[in-house]
Design a binder for this molecule. Structure first.
Ligand SMILES: [Zn+2]
Length: 147
């Protein structure tokens, strides 16, 4: 395969998508999906035997940037869910920066945004609204599962 591009991460991802579509077509018994799985497979073959190496390389870089940003977002959500017992998350009213506040105590607290120095007065987070937090975070996280 001298002078050809070969296989990269984007090719592997397209291959996985092709396999998933194929499995889904079997489960749903769909003729349309059964034909659709050929499209990503064709793209994989085209990219593998392409002589325009720099263009294929650029496509792979774009894919990796997108993929890494999705991975980072998912990891952030997981870290947030893990920390729900000890922290409450607020959003800055001015710059929308996420602010993490430790739980515990009573009364009201003042939160200063480290990014824009905006001061907000909020009710002190306690463990009582933990389940409400889990519910809202799940609502926030669920769309990413089907993304
Ligand atoms: Zn702010």
């Amino acid at each position: 395969m001298t002078g050809r591009y070969g296989v990269d991460q984007l090719s592997w991802a397209l291959l996985v998508i092709s396999i998933l579509i194929s499995i889904l077509s079997r489960i749903l018994d769909s003729q349309v999906l059964a034909m659709l799985y050929i499209i990503p497979l064709g793209i994989v073959l085209y990219r593998m035997f392409s002589k325009d190496i720099s263009k294929r390389y650029q496509e792979n870089i774009k894919f990796l940037n997108k993929w890494n940003s999705i991975k980072r977002k998912i990891n952030n959500r997981i870290q947030r869910i893990k920390g729900l017992k000890y922290y409450k998350y607020y959003k800055c009213s001015n710059c929308k920066q996420t602010l993490r506040v430790p739980r515990g105590g009573k009364g009201k607290i003042s939160i200063t945004c480290p990014k824009c120095q905006t001061v907000m007065i909020k009710k002190n987070p306690n463990a009582k609204d933990k389940f409400l937090c889990i519910f809202f975070l799940l609502c926030y996280f669920l769309p990413y599962l089907f993304y």
